[in-house]
Design a protein around this ligand. Structure first.
Ligand code: C5P
Length: 222
């Protein structure tokens, strides 16, 4: 059995993190949620009232922050300078602003280097937007996961309900479509499927079915 790298990319709400966590647990690999790192920088920038268009200031902030990840029974905890920010980086304010922060090349460079270090030893399932194309172009298994906007918004609605976050299907659809467009059209590392990635449409798949499909592909590479 090899300690391979598994890259999972795709738009918001495709099921990446839920499915990646199950795959990582089944293989006893480390799960790394790269979106949480961009969210952490965004959260701190909002706290410090740094303008989100100011690439230089945001890059300096990202350089200064000590962002660390820790596996947990729930997937992953994230810390900024030792403070647990796992819950607060999921706020609607951070979600609404993270794509703007993640579009800056200076911020991305720092995050990508940190992510490459985390994945170096292998035995990782990493999810994000540019994992197969930029972070781990040598990953043994690359998955591009998607689902219709309608289905992704429905999943987010259920997720929000479970967390007690008020939202509506229409607002979530709009937010997802806006983030898709922003992430896919940005200049630096846009969200695109790598040529050698396997496309997985999760619209009609259960979480378990999608995880099993990836596990089967992973076993073929191990
Ligand atoms: O995965 P999640 O929804 O938490 O990601 C939040 C945002 O972070 C995405 O909408 C995207 O703008 C950015 N992101 C990115 N590259 C990654 C992971 C996330 O640009 N590898």
């Amino acid at each position: 059995m090899k300690n391979i790298q598994i890259a999972i990319d795709g738009p918001a709400g495709a099921g990446k993190s839920t499915i990646a966590k199950i795959v990582a647990e089944a293989l006893q690999f480390t799960y790394i949620d790269t979106g949480a790192m961009y969210r952490a920088v965004t959260y701190e920038a909002l706290q410090r009232q740094i303008p989100l268009h100011d690439e230089q200031a945001l890059t300096a902030l990202a350089k200064q922050l000590n962002i660390t990840l820790q596996p947990s029974s729930d997937g992953q905890l994230i810390f900024i300078d030792g403070r647990d920010v796992t819950a607060v980086v999921r706020s609607q304010e951070v979600t609404a602003n993270v794509s703007e922060v993640a579009a800056h090349a200076g911020v991305r460079q720092l995050m990508v280097t940190a992510q490459q270090k985390l994945a170096k030893a292998g035995g990782v399932v990493m999810d994000g937007r540019d994992i197969a194309t930029h972070v781990l172009p040598q990953a043994e298994l690359k998955i591009f996961m998607s689902a219709t906007v309608e289905e992704r918004a429905k999943r987010r609605l259920l997720d929000n309900e479970a967390r007690g976050i008020p939202s509506t299907l229409e607002a979530l659809k709009q937010d997802i479509a806006r983030r898709d467009q922003f992430d896919s059209e940005r200049e630096v590392s846009p969200l695109i499927q790598a040529e050698d990635a396997v496309f997985l449409d999760t619209t009609t798949l259960s979480i378990e079915e999608a995880a099993q499909a990836i596990l089967q592909l992973a076993h073929e590479k191990m």
